[in-house]
Structure formats: structure tokens, C-alpha cells
Write a protein that binds this ligand. Structure first.
Ligand code: ACO
Length: 380
């Protein structure tokens, strides 16, 4: 195809490439539904375990369905010793690289690895959702010279993750913060990492390959990496009174304020509200209000003119300040996002397999044409 004819949609902006029942995003209204349910109700009233059930099976569970599903998740948390050994080998890499490598290694021990039926894909999705925190926590401890902590079946998904990271069971409030964070990250329609996962599934590759793809795509600072970048920025700013000069220098130099802007939302990302409130409350409770004050200054004083362009705060803006106050280091932030997103990637792969078509767009070739091949000995 030549450039005169091609109708190029760079970045696939505004391209609708398939249908989905997973989530609804109204970028103009700032509205997000998972399987029809408003994210505000889910963030305030649900649990991550319930959200995974909802995403996988399309409806909210009864109490007995949830109990059985939760028991399945809790029973699926351990990872083979061989995968722990792989994690030791890559101990010095970024947590996202370790997660990507360990999920890939898990495929070697997955009895249903090449079964792409809906039932098997969901079973694998349950296992990957349950095993993800075990990987991230094991890597985190190993890189600090500590032994991994075995999963605790008495704790819920969020509580067990924090327990495996630190070796101590979190209090109720901290556990709930982590739970809400996982809920808010669970699914988000055709975001870049879910699209990557669907491209992998569309070749009829397996779920583990698709999740590895998703992890790789999520890692970038224009997608899941933004929370880490926001926290680094807040640390560089240091104190609220430095925020003004820092941000103006950044923007005048053509830089972007991380945690702002979104390909789809032209209003505030509805997930941000829940993290904003929690960031404020936690900062006050812990006597460390400065992160929230810095972020609010950027939001309220610096970025206001950008609203006219549809640039508002996104889910990543306040997340990092919460993790920081919980004692979680910046380079774990994207991994936490990935752990929340495994159910969304799984569901989108199920949808892709259900009515598969190879995802394979075109590129407009703009290089030279029909060049004469010159043998190497004749090249000058
Ligand atoms: N700070 C300053 N200006 C911005 C920002 C920002 N964070 N985001 C976009 N803009 C500006 C762009 O420079 C551009 O300006 P121009 O029209 O003068 O050239 C305009 O707003 C439109 O931006 P686009 O690049 O067209 O927006 P796009 O939809 O391609 O990008 C993206 C979206 C990548 C998320 C972008 O907003 C960005 O880089 N944000 C910072 C990184 C970030 O927070 N990523 C997390 C996204 S949410 C998530 O993945 C969970």
C-alpha cells in the first residue's frame, strides 16, 4: 500500500477493533463499568476476589459461590520451587522483568498450558491471579537477601500479598487499601497491555504467553510505569513549595507531568477519585501529608489549563503516594498494577479465543522501491 491511498490511524487512535463484554469506558463522561457495574460501587463495596469472579463469570457471585471461588484462589497461590530458582537467577532485575520471566517459567509447570478452551483459560487465569503476588513478593525478598514467605491461606488476596512482602500480616485498613487498588486496576477495555495480550491470543498462542505480553507492554512509562514516575517526580520536588518551579520547568521544556492524560478519558479518570481520597487520609493519619500536598498542588495549580485539552488526572497519579506511605518501594508499583490486571487480560483472551480473528493491521510502507541488489563485493 502506498501513502497516497492509506488512511492511517496512528496509534490506532479511535479505532474500534472488536466487541467486548468486559468493561465500558466513557472517556467524555469519565465513566467506567466492569461487566455493567459502576467502578464507584465496586471500589466502595466490593472485594478483589468478587471482582475477579464478576469478570470471569459475568455476574456477581452469591456468598457460597464467592466462598468456593475464594478457596480456589487461596489454594492456587504457591509456585514451584523451580520457579523460585528462576527468580533467584534474575534477582537483580526490575520487578516487572522478574514477573515477566517467572510467569513465562510457570508455563513449563502448567498442565493445561496449551489448552485454550474457555474453561481451561479461566482455570489458568485463576492460577495466574493467585500466583502473581507470590512471584512479586518472592522476588522482592530474594533481592533483599531474605527468604520468600509462603502464602498464608488465612489471609485474603490483598492481605496475603502484603504479608508475603513484609513477613507481617497487615492491619485491616492497609489490607483494604491494597484491595481497592487491585479492584481499580482489574480491567480497562482496550488499553495497550490488554491489546497486546489479545494480539498474542489472536494467533492462538496460550494464556501464559498473552500475560507475558501484557506484562511487557504494561511496563512502559506511558502506560503502567506512570505511578513510579509520579513518585520519582514527587520525591524530586521534595516539598510543596518547590512544586511550582519544578513543574513549570518540566512543562516549558516540553516534558509531561506523569499521571496526567489518557488516550480515552477526556474527563477525570473515575478511578483517580478513590485513590485521591485514600492518599489524603493515609498521609494525614501517618503524619506525612506532604506527598498529597505536592500532588494536589500540581493538580489544582499547574495542570488546570490542560483541562481544556482534555488532560486530567489518571489512575496512576495518586497510587504511588499510597504505596510509598505503605512502605512499598517505587520499582514495585508497576508490578502491583500488573497483579491487579491479570484478571482483565485473562478475560480479554477468553473473549478473543471465543470468536477469534487474527489481529494483524497494515503499515504504510514509505521506503524506497525496487532497488537493484548489488553483490557485497561490488558495494563501495
Ligand atoms: N503532561 C503534559 N502534557 C500532556 C500530558 C501530560 N501528562 N499528556 C498529554 N499531554 C499533551 C501532549 O503533549 C499533547 O499536546 P499537543 O497537542 O500540544 O501536542 C496533548 O496533550 C495530547 O496528548 P497526546 O499525546 O495526543 O495524548 P495520547 O492520547 O497520545 O497520550 C498518554 C496519552 C500517553 C497517556 C499521555 O497523556 C501521557 O504521556 N501521559 C503521561 C503518562 C501517564 O500518566 N500514563 C498513564 C496513562 S493511564 C494508564 O496507562 C493506566
Amino acid at each position: 500500500m502506498t501513502s497516497e491511498k492509506a488512511d492511517i490511524k496512528r496509534g490506532l487512535k479511535d479505532v474500534v477493533f472488536d466487541t467486548s463484554e468486559a468493561s465500558f469506558v466513557d472517556g467524555q463522561a469519565g465513566k467506567l463499568l466492569y461487566r455493567g457495574y459502576n467502578i464507584h460501587d465496586l471500589a466502595e463495596r466490593s472485594t478483589f476476589e468478587e471482582i475477579v469472579y464478576l469478570l470471569f463469570y459475568g455476574e456477581l457471585p452469591t456468598q457460597s459461590q464467592l466462598d468456593a471461588f475464594d478457596a480456589e484462589l487461596r489454594a492456587s497461590r504457591s509456585i514451584p520451587d523451580e520457579v523460585i530458582e528462576v527468580i533467584r537467577v534474575v534477582a537483580n532485575s526490575h520487578p516487572m522483568d522478574a514477573l515477566r520471566t517467572a510467569v513465562s517459567a510457570l508455563a513449563a509447570f502448567e498442565p493445561e498450558v496449551n489448552d485454550n478452551s474457555e474453561a481451561a483459560t479461566l482455570r489458568k487465569g485463576v492460577r495466574l491471579t493467585a500466583q502473581g503476588p507470590t512471584i512479586v513478593a518472592a522476588h522482592h525478598r530474594i533481592r533483599h537477601g531474605l527468604e520468600p514467605v509462603a502464602p498464608n491461606p488465612d489471609l485474603n488476596h490483598a492481605g496475603n500479598f502484603l504479608y508475603m512482602l513484609s513477613g507481617a500480616a497487615p492491619d485491616e485498613e492497609t489490607q483494604k487499601l491494597m484491595d481497592v487498588d487491585f479492584i481499580l486496576h482489574a480491567e480497562h477495555s482496550s488499553n495497550a497491555s490488554a491489546f497486546g495480550a489479545r494480539v498474542a491470543a489472536s494467533t492462538l498462542s496460550d494464556l501464559h504467553s498473552a500475560v507475558v505480553t501484557g506484562i511487557g507492554v504494561l511496563k512502559g512509562p506511558w502506560h503502567g510505569g506512570a505511578a513510579e514516575e509520579v513518585m520519582k517526580m514527587a520525591m524530586e520536588i521534595g516539598q510543596p513549595e518547590n512544586a511550582d518551579e519544578y513543574a513549570r520547568n518540566l512543562l516549558e521544556g516540553g516534558g509531561r507531568v506523569m499521571g496526567f492524560g489518557h488516550r480515552v478519558y477526556r474527563a477525570e479518570d473515575p478511578r483517580a477519585r478513590h485513590l485521591r481520597e485514600r492518599s489524603r487520609d493515609l498521609g494525614e493519619k501517618m503524619g506525612q501529608p506532604h506527598w498529597f500536598q505536592i500532588l494536589r498542588y500540581l493538580e489544582e495549580q499547574i495542570m488546570v489549563p490542560y483541562r481544556a485539552k482534555g488532560i486530567f488526572v489518571n489512575v496512576d497519579f495518586f497510587a504511588g503516594s499510597i504505596y510509598n506511605l505503605l512502605g512499598i518501594p517505587e520499582d514495585l508499583f508497576i508490578s502491583i498494577f500488573a497483579l491487579g490486571r491479570i484478571p482483565g487480560w485473562t478475560l480479554q483472551c477468553v473473549e478473543q479465543y471465543r470468536d477469534n480473528i487474527l489481529i494483524r493491521p497494515l503499515l504504510d510502507y514509505q521506503g524506497p522501491m525496487d532497488l537493484e541488489y548489488v553483490p557485497i563485493e561490488q558495494r563501495g
